[in-house]
Design a protein around this ligand. Structure first.
Ligand SMILES: [Zn+2]
Ligand SMILES: [Zn+2]
Length: 346
C-alpha cells in the first residue's frame, strides 16, 4: 500500500526529538502498541483537531482557517506543517496566485468516520439537553442519518461486551516518549473554540491521552486501581486525577471492593461503554494508516463469530459513510464563528 509507506516517512519528523520516559524506579516506561493511541496522538492536539474539523467543512486556505478558529498565525503555520508532514493534508498551489491551499489527503478524509462516531457520542451524552449542533443528511440515501459503528462482517452494531481481543502481528510495547501524555486534562477547554461541536465536547473528556488510556483499560476489563496502575506504568497521582475526572464526567463509577486497606474498582457506566464505537473507529484508522500493515490488536465479533474491523454506517441505508456524501443542517449560523458552512442544507 503506497499510503502506508507515505505514513512511515511522514510520521518521523514530529516525534523524532522525543526522549524515552524514565520511571521513578529508573526503568523506561513501556507503552502498549495501540492504534487508537496513535490516532489520538494526532487528534488529541486541540488545534490539529480543530483544523481537521474545519477542513471537513470545506476550509482550504490559511486565512479561512485563521478566521474560523481565531488561531494565532504562528500556531496555525506550525500545525499545518505538522499535518502536512503526517500526510493528513497536502499542499496545492492555486492558479496564478502564490497562495497555497491545504487539502485533506485520502488518509485525512478517512478520519471522518471517527469524527462522526465521536460526534454521535457527544450528541447522545454531552448536548446538555439542547438540540445537537448539526444534523447529518446522507446524500446517497437522502435521509437524516444517525450513523453507528458496525461490524464489517455482519453489518450489525458492535458494543463493548460483544468483542473478544487477541494480539495481532503488531502487538508489543515500545518505550514511552517524553512529552507524550503529559498535557493536563484541563487544557481540554481549547477544544471548544469556534463552532459548537459534539466532537469537541467528546474530546474534552477523552482527548487527553491518559484519560483515554484509562478508558481503554476499562474496555479490556481492567477495573481495579492497582491493575490499571501496573498496566499503564502510570504515576499514582496522575491515575488518581484522571480517574476522578472520568468519574465526575460520568464515564466510570467508583466502587469499593475491599476495606482495611480500602480498595476501589472503576466500572464503566452506560455512557462510558458508549465510547466503544468511537474507540474502535479510531482503532480502525490507526490500523489502516499508522500500523504498517501490522495491527496490534485483532477483534472478533462474538455475535457473528468473525474477525472484523469497525465501519461507521448510515442507520438508514447501512452504507459506510464518507465525507463527500454528507450534508449538514446546522443549528447555528457558521458566519457568527467566521466559519464556513458549505454542503449545508436548509
Ligand atoms: Zn459481526
Ligand atoms: Zn444513508
Amino acid at each position: 500500500m503506497p499510503a502506508t509507506a507515505k505514513v512511515q516517512t511522514a510520521k518521523q519528523p514530529v516525534r523524532a526529538a522525543a526522549r524515552p520516559v524514565v520511571t521513578q524506579s529508573g526503568g523506561t516506561r513501556r507503552e502498549r502498541n495501540c492504534s487508537v493511541a496513535r490516532t489520538l496522538d494526532i487528534v488529541s492536539d486541540a488545534w490539529a483537531f480543530l483544523i481537521i474539523r474545519e477542513a471537513f467543512f470545506g476550509t482550504q486556505t490559511f486565512e479561512a482557517f485563521r478566521s474560523a478558529l481565531g488561531i494565532p498565525r504562528a500556531t496555525l503555520t506550525n500545525r499545518l506543517k505538522k499535518l502536512t508532514q503526517l500526510a493528513i493534508f497536502r499542499q496545492v498551489a492555486t492558479g496564478s496566485s502564490q497562495r497555497k491551499e491545504y487539502r485533506l489527503t485520502k488518509m485525512g478524509f478517512d478520519l471522518y468516520p471517527s469524527f462522526i462516531a465521536l460526534m454521535q457520542f457527544g450528541d447522545r451524552w454531552l448536548a446538555g439537553g439542547k438540540p445537537a449542533p448539526l444534523t447529518l443528511v446522507h446524500a446517497s440515501c437522502g435521509c437524516d442519518s444517525h450513523p453507528f459503528v458496525a461490524c464489517s462482517h455482519c453489518g450489525k452494531g458492535v458494543g463493548a461486551r460483544d468483542v473478544k481481543y487477541r494480539d495481532g502481528p503488531g502487538a508489543g510495547r515500545h518505550p514511552a516518549k517524553a512529552g507524550r501524555n503529559t498535557r493536563r486534562a484541563s487544557d481540554g477547554s481549547r477544544f471548544l473554540l469556534g463552532r459548537p461541536s459534539s466532537v469537541s465536547r467528546a474530546l474534552q473528556i477523552i482527548g487527553d491521552k491518559w484519560s483515554f488510556m484509562v478508558v481503554r483499560e476499562g474496555f479490556f476489563g481492567n477495573r481495579r486501581y492497582d491493575k490499571i496502575l501496573t498496566e499503564l506504568e502510570i504515576a499514582p497521582n496522575i491515575l488518581t486525577d484522571r480517574l476522578s475526572r472520568l468519574v465526575s464526567n460520568g464515564i466510570f463509577v467508583r466502587r469499593q471492593y475491599q476495606s482495611s486497606p480500602d480498595r476501589y474498582e472503576y466500572l464503566l457506566t452506560d455512557m462510558g461503554r458508549d465510547l466503544y464505537g468511537p474507540f474502535i473507529a479510531m482503532l480502525r484508522w490507526g490500523d489502516r494508516w499508522l500500523s504498517r500493515g501490522k495491527p496490534p490488536l485483532l477483534l472478533k465479533h462474538l455475535s457473528c463469530g468473525r474477525d472484523f474491523h469497525a465501519e461507521v454506517v448510515c442507520d438508514r441505508c447501512k452504507q459506510p459513510i464518507v465525507a463527500a456524501d454528507m450534508r449538514y443542517r446546522l443549528a447555528y449560523d457558521p458566519k457568527s464563528f467566521g466559519a464556513l458552512g458549505p454542503r449545508s442544507v436548509t
